[in-house]
Design a binder for this molecule. Structure first.
Ligand SMILES: NC(=O)c1ccc[n+]([C@@H]2O[C@H](COP(=O)([O-])OP(=O)(O)OC[C@H]3O[C@@H](n4cnc5c(N)ncnc54)[C@H](O)[C@@H]3O)[C@@H](O)[C@H]2O)c1
Ligand SMILES: [Zn+2]
Ligand SMILES: [Zn+2]
Length: 367
């Protein structure tokens, strides 16, 4: 038995309940969760129908300690400090072999299949299955995760900071470094300065961007954005951000990142890119949302590359230890991402605050 924040209805709130978690089988690792970050994606999944059967346990930014391993686990030992991620990969399909695990053809291989009749569910409540969303289910005291979804981090890494590597950092910094391949001297715009957007700024700075323009409708995000390396800030609640960026850069930025998940801001990102530049759509939209793309003007004449970004095109086994080492060397700011450390029971209150747009990340550190 363990305590978990369970989603019972698509109303954006969680109930703290006792549920059962199975023993590790095959290549599964049982992690005692020490820190679990509150990403906005979990809130989207708790409010809108993405096809996940309820009840469900969400949470995918986790750091913790390995407490048990399945008989086929090769990479982990009891006592290892690990960070988990929602990227699921098989390790043997053409995409995985090609080094693009984030494009795996068979991500479901990391889950228990319907064929496993004896033990189909990692999580149960009174014997009935509970969905473990993203294969992580980290809003809980323990998480049972396939070893491909975990990476080892040094024991000096504090758990709260480590948990953010699992999504906010790999997605944000990875979008700048891997997906967009930002080059020294280039110009970047970031729309949405939350837990993920701040990491886009970090990635752009690490890659040597000359100008990083942060855009948010919450003016208090300016101080935070500048701490991470933004050179300019635009308050989108007052100013036409597209016109302002074109004015500041003489026509548009090399790379524009949308990190909100709205039609308007996604279209703005495409408008902010210079001729031949790139627009990277990171924000998760509602399942029925679409955006308008003017093929003649945006794609043909202005030649803007419009790219959907999944988890910053990250190979977690390389990149999570890399970001941990950059943090330990003082080259990656994770400390200022943590607005608050909270207990599992505070999750609903913390998500209400996130919706207000004033905070970066709340991290559950007491279970
Ligand atoms: N593609 C991926 O792989 C991936 C991974 C992680 C998160 N996400 C998504 O990224 C998005 C951001 O996540 P987060 O955890 O950083 O969220 P967050 O709530 O911390 O940040 C969102 C920010 O956007 C700002 N904002 C809202 N409306 C705006 C507008 N109209 N103009 C400018 N700024 C606006 C808010 O003030 C806030 O600062 C979410 O949609 C999340 O689901 C995607
Ligand atoms: Zn996330
Ligand atoms: Zn694969």
């Amino acid at each position: 038995m363990m305590k978990a924040a369970v989603l019972n209805h698509l109303d954006g709130t969680f109930q703290i309940e006792e549920i059962e978690i199975d023993e590790p089988r095959g290549r599964e690792v049982l992690v005692e969760v020490k820190a679990s970050g509150l990403c906005h994606s979990d809130l989207h999944f708790a409010e809108q129908d993405f096809g996940v059967p309820l009840p469900a346990v969400l949470g995918h930014e986790l750091a913790g300690i390995v407490v048990a391993i399945g008989p086929e686990v090769r990479e982990f030992s009891i006592g290892d400090h690990v960070v988990g991620s929602l990227i699921q990969f098989c390790g043997h399909c053409p995409a995985c072999i090609g080094g693009r695990t984030y494009q795996c053809f068979h991500p479901e291989e990391t889950l228990r299949g319907d064929h496993d009749h004896d033990h189909p569910h990692r999580l149960t409540r009174s014997g009935a299955g509970v969905s473990q969303v993203f294969g992580t289910g980290a809003f809980a005291e323990r998480a049972l995760v396939h070893e491909n979804q975990l990476a080892i981090v040094p024991k000096e890494m504090p758990f709260a900071q480590a948990s953010l590597l699992g999504c906010g950092t790999i997605t944000g910094a990875g979008a700048a470094i891997n997906t967009a391949s930002v080059r020294p001297g280039e110009t970047v715009a970031v729309i949405g300065i939350g837990g993920v957007g701040l990491n886009v700024i970090s990635g752009a700075k690490l890659a040597g961007a000359a100008r990083i323009i942060a855009v948010d409708r919450q003016p208090q995000k300016e101080v935070l954005a500048r701490k991470f390396g933004a050179t300019d800030f635009i308050d989108a609640s007052k100013v036409d951000s597209v016109a302002k960026i074109r004015e500041l850069t003489g026509g548009g930025v090399d790379h524009a990142f949308e990190v909100v998940g709205l039609k308007a801001t996604s279209e703005q990102a495409i408008q902010m890119a210079r001729k031949g530049g790139g627009a990277y759509l990171i924000g998760v939209h509602s399942p029925t949302s679409t955006i308008d793309l003017n093929v003649t003007i945006d794609l043909l004449t202005r030649q803007v590359d419009v790219r959907g970004v999944y988890m910053g095109s990250t190979n977690i086994k390389n990149d999570i230890p890399l970001y941990a080492s950059l943090y330990l060397q003082g080259k990656l700011n994770l400390d200022d991402l943590i607005s608050k450390e909270i207990s599992l029971a505070d999750i609903n209150e913390a998500y209400t605050e996130l919706k207000g747009g004033s905070i970066a990340r709340s991290v559950i550190t007491t279970f």
